[in-house]
Design a protein around this ligand. Sequence first.
Ligand code: VTB
Length: 363
Amino acid sequence: MTHPKTAENMMNGAGPIEQALLPRLLHITEAAAIAAAYQMGRGDKMLADHVAVEAMRRMLNKLDMRGVIKIGEGERDEAPMLYIGEEVGTGKGNIVVDIAVDPLEGTNLTADGIPGSIAVMAMAEPGGLFHGPDVYMDKIVVGGDVVRYEKEHPDERINLDFPVAHNLQIVANALNRDIDELVVVILDRERHKKKIEEIRASGARVSLVSDGDLMPGIATAIRGSGVHVVMGAGGSGEAVLTAAAMKILGGKILARLVLPNVANGESEEMIAKEKEEKMPRLVTMGITEDSINDVMDTNKLVPGKDVIFAATGITPGQFLKEVNLFGGGDARVHSVSMGSSGVVKFTDTIYIVDKEETPVRLM
Ligand code: VTB
């Protein structure tokens, strides 16, 4: 009898990075999430971040590969570990990767025990991830239904320069529902005051988050998550990580770089100072004051063909549960991991230290 050999064919078709590293990537974000979970709610975001970074780095350095951190904790002089340009891995074997990490996305959320924090990482072949400056990106993120709708209706496409109501109408059409049923997630920031008013005026519902707009972005591509659109200016690294997941899930992100002082409406003097500090580095990346406003799409942000992505929940989120700790190091974690082949794994993993003591329960 013939039948589609989906799993076999897809795994055979996966690129070398996905074949070698996807399962390992999952354990890396899980290690970081468990480390951070022990520091949850202690009000110390530096400590929570530090233990997550350390765990991620230890795990990365066990992998047989040559990896370079392209999006990380910051520049070498401000981040002792997982700094941009840091080389990780044993250096053995033929696998060479560019890496984007956010060991603790939502440090405040973890420190305060608030929902929405994750440990997250993506990898791709060299040049496969946009290597931009650590500023903000203004963005709109939508799921695959919108991408399909745009293909069928070429004159109805979302556009960062169009009014919010125009974009939301397209999303509503694509999802076959009314605008007033949509949920738009946006960071609760003064800089978004006008945009929030525009979303509300369009009729859509707004879900404000105090931090962490990366996971909601991915949630737009997951039906049943309750998130339809993410908008607003957040970290550029977070936007590239979102793009890595959207590329695999068939969703879409449109984003443009924006300097934080510009986005936050600071004084001319502070904007000039920020430009002086940041523009030289941007120029070395081919970004000028003229081109900084160019809109980039998913493929521009993540041109890679062999992309892998993993995220593990630390505190509860739209589609990942929190880390559960059971004593003596036992832990249960919920993750999503995926690769360019199209495999998307939602995993519920138990790490048992004491096999006799710890019962394994269905959840
Ligand atoms: C953004 C957002 C992140 O931090 O980077 C935000 O994308 C920082 O924004 O998800 P502000 O400078 O306005 O505080 C997060 O919320 C958490 O890393």
